[in-house]
Ligand binder design. Sequence first.
Ligand SMILES: Nc1ncnc2c1ncn2[C@@H]1O[C@H](COP(=O)(O)OP(=O)(O)OP(=O)(O)O)[C@@H](O)[C@H]1O
Ligand SMILES: [Mg+2]
Length: 273
Amino acid sequence: MSPAGGGSAPARPAGTGGTGPPGAEPRADGAVIELEHLSRTYRVGESEVRAVDDVSLVIRHGEFVALMGPSGSGKSTLLNLVGCLDTPTAGAYRLAGEAVQDLSEDRLAEVRQREIGFIFQAYHLVPRMTAARNVELPMILAGVDPRARAERVARALEAVGLAPRAHHRPDQLSGGERQRVAIARAIINEPSILLADEPTGNLDTRAGAEIVALLERLNAGGLTVLLVTHDPVVGARARRILRIRDGRILSDGPPESPAAAGGRMGRPPEGVA
Ligand SMILES: Nc1ncnc2c1ncn2[C@@H]1O[C@H](COP(=O)(O)OP(=O)(O)OP(=O)(O)O)[C@@H](O)[C@H]1O
Ligand SMILES: [Mg+2]
C-alpha cells in the first residue's frame, strides 16, 4: 500500500474546453472511487428519506464489487452518486483522484464521460437505432473522429459476441443480446469503471450468466466493476460484496467471509426473512 494515503487529490490541470480533457491520474494506491461520509437525502413534503446515509468506502482499480440489499435500501441511489448522475447532499467523493463536488458541470460531464460506463436493468437502448448505431452514440457525443468510430464499433460488438447482430434494432434482439449491446455502448469510450444496476434483472438464468461472464471477462481485462444485484448467485461471483440496508453499509468483504456470506446459493435471498 502506498504511504501517500493522506487524501490529497493530485493537482488538477486547467480545463481545456472540450477536446482531449486532461486525464485524471490513477492514484498510487489504486483507489478509483473514494467515498467519505457520503449521504443523499430526499425531502418529500414534510418527510425526509436518507437514501444513502454516511457511506465511506474505497474501491480500487480492477476490483469486481457487488452491491446487495433489499428493495429501497439505497443501491441505485448510491450507484447514481458514484456514476455522477446525482449529487450527494453531504460528504465527499473523489473519482480517479478528482474531488467531484469541486468540479464545474462541464468538467464533471467530461470526467463522467471518460471514467464511467453505465448499464441498467432495462438496457436503455435507442429503439430506432441499430445495435451498431447505439454503440456508436457515445463516441459521437465525445467527438471521436468518424473514421475511427466504425472500427471501434466493430471491435466492441465483436468483444461482446454480437458482430452478426450489428444491424439489428433492439426489438430484433433478445434480452441478453440487448444487454450486450448496452455493455458495448458503455465501454466504447474505454471508461475505467463500469457501473451496472441490476443488469441481469430482466434476464433468464442462462442469459444472466452470460452477462455476468462477460462482465468478468471485462474485469479480467482491467475494468473496475460495481454491480448492483438482488441475485445471490450473481453476487457470489464478485470478489467483494457490499451489503446495504437503510442507506448504510452493513458489511463489506469477500463472499466467503461469514459477515458477507448471507447470500450464497441455497440461502434465502436478501430481505426475504
Ligand atoms: N427521487 C426520489 N425522491 C424521493 N425518494 C426517493 C427518490 N429516489 C429514491 N427514493 C427513496 O430512496 C430510497 C432508496 O431508493 P433506491 O432506488 O436507491 O433503492 P434500491 O435499493 O435501488 O431499491 P430497488 O432494489 O427496489 O431498486 C427508497 O426509500 C426510495 O423510496
Ligand atoms: Mg434500484
